[in-house]
Design a protein around this ligand. Structure first.
Ligand SMILES: Cc1ncc(CN)c(N)n1
Length: 223
């Protein structure tokens, strides 16, 4: 018997071009090819620290929605709680890494693309946004980083040794498994969602992809 094609699989096939644009962006390719401009890397580092701080309340809102809205005996809550814990480590990592690279986090001003992305996250926090829609955004945001940085760790990559740790932070296998768990949660929700929610969730995925591309563009100095 053939395996059933999930909703996320359908979307990834349909929007492959945009998805590849987010996960194989020139910024990521420049890390992978070993010709990254270190000032672009530092820009990304400072801007992403600001993004991650804004990401925390969004993830907390997804956690609340999972608690209220999922009917799986709260397996979802545990997966998402793991994500919150990982974010705690992520913030400490950014501080350590910023120190290493001489990036002053206290003086970073969020750039336009970052402000718009953070505003988008805020727009997904309210109770009027369905759990399924918010969970799709969460899955996509985490997975884009996972796929992007895993690409920089492939055998034929020329990623500079001093950037390997950064790539491993999101490109490692256990982060990949966590992203798969998020994807299973999302597909479970989408299977029982109304057409209206599925439409909103797909539109949200597309917005995430666009914001991620803009975020890489900003880091790469293309704004
Ligand atoms: C912009 C962005 N997207 C995703 C992630 C992964 N948490 C991140 N740190 N920053």
């Amino acid at each position: 018997m053939q395996a059933k094609i999930t909703v996320t699989e359908t979307w990834l096939r349909k929007h492959r071009h945009l998805y590849d644009g987010a996960t194989r962006h020139p910024f990521i390719r420049s890390i992978r090819d070993g010709n990254i401009d270190i000032s672009a890397f530092k820009t990304w580092l400072g801007q992403d620290y600001i993004f991650v701080r804004a990401f925390v309340p969004f993830v907390a809102s997804v956690l609340t929605k999972a608690y209220k809205g999922s009917d799986d005996g709260n397996g979802d809550v545990e997966v998402i709680l793991g994500g919150v814990a990982a974010l705690h480590d992520e913030i400490s990592w950014f501080k350590k890494e910023a120190f290493k690279w001489g990036v002053q986090l206290s003086s970073i001003v969020p750039q336009k693309a970052n402000q718009e992305y953070c505003r988008f996250l805020e727009s997904l926090i309210g109770p009027e946004v369905e759990y399924t829609v918010a969970a799709v955004a969460f899955w996509a945001i985490e997975t884009i980083y996972q796929e992007s940085f895993a690409h920089c760790l492939e055998d034929d990559s020329k990623t500079p040794p001093e950037l390997k740790e950064t790539c491993k932070r999101w490109g490692n296998e256990s982060f990949g498994e966590y992203c798969n768990s998020l994807r299973n949660i999302v597909d479970g929700q989408l299977e029982k969602a109304s057409d209206d929610v599925i439409t909103k969730a797909e539109a949200t995925l597309l917005r995430v992809l666009e914001h991620e591309v803009d975020f890489w563009n900003m880091s790469h100095g293309r704004t």
